[in-house]
Design a protein around this ligand. Structure first.
Ligand code: GLP
Length: 236
């Protein structure tokens, strides 16, 4: 695990975007695993600027997102599909049909989880997976629990996650209580992983994740066992 202590959010965003640009340069038809939340917004802004300056070409890139709220369709302004369109896809030359986010409004949610897992396999797996981290150590929406869940699955969101996301929904009651997320095994299958975090409120969980015991109680701690993880954090 390589750890880069950045000085602030801007540096986290710039360095992360540089890794993603390098990935696309090395393999123009790469599969990017993308994340939502406030952490990657600056990274996406840097990527949009790089595209506008002619530094990066997304035309052959495919993307798969980590997760989606259950019950929200892609038009809902708090859905992760909407987030990705708004922050990245609408502003670069990625082909929309090559951008994948789990469907939050599927009739058969179990079938959707299997479809998504198979889709990632059919794409040949993820070359570079970007991750944020929740205050309880969740990655994607893999919440602390008794065991690591390997594949894409449905989760009941934890209380702290619901509370943390209430700011986007106006109130706690409006936050969806379930989500579809890549599993820990899905995430660990990525060839390279970048975990980003900013803010003093993430300091403790970043330290527990990278220096503490590997336990499903801190889902991000599993990353210690992956052969190619870079943590880029500004938490002081
Ligand atoms: C959500 C997302 C995670 C993200 C986390 C942290 O729960 N499902 O993928 O890492 O929020 O978000 P933030 O970066 O806003 O702290």
């Amino acid at each position: 695990m390589k750890v880069i202590w950045a000085s602030d959010y801007q540096e986290v965003s710039k360095r992360t975007a540089d890794y993603i640009k390098a990935q696309i340069l090395m393999k123009p038809n790469c599969v990017l695993g993308l994340a939502t939340g406030s952490s990657p917004i600056g990274t996406y802004q840097n990527l949009v600027s790089a595209y506008q300056n002619g530094e990066v070409d997304f035309s052959k890139v495919t993307s798969v997102n980590l997760d989606e709220y259950f019950g929200l369709d892609g038009e809902h302004d708090q859905s992760y599909r909407y987030f990705m369109n708004h922050h990245l896809f609408d502003h670069v030359n990625i082909a929309k049909e090559n951008t994948f986010v789990p469907s939050g409004i599927t009739e058969d949610i179990e079938q959707e989880t299997q479809r998504y897992e198979q889709l990632i396999r059919d794409l040949g797996g993820v070359d570079l997976q970007l991750l944020g981290i929740g205050h309880n150590g969740h990655i994607g929406f893999n919440e602390p629990c008794n065991e690591f869940v390997p594949q894409t699955h449905v989760v009941d969101l934890g209380e702290s996650t619901i509370q943390a996301n209430a700011r986007f929904f106006g109130s706690v009651e409006n936050v969806p209580k379930k989500a579809i997320t890549m599993g820990i095994g899905t995430i660990m299958s990525a060839k390279k992983i970048i975990l980003i975090a900013s803010g003093q409120d993430k300091k403790e969980i970043i330290h527990r994740s990278i220096y503490g015991a590997v336990t499903p109680d801190v889902p991000a701690s599993i990353l210690q066992l992956h052969p190619d993880v870079t943590v880029i954090a500004a938490v002081d």
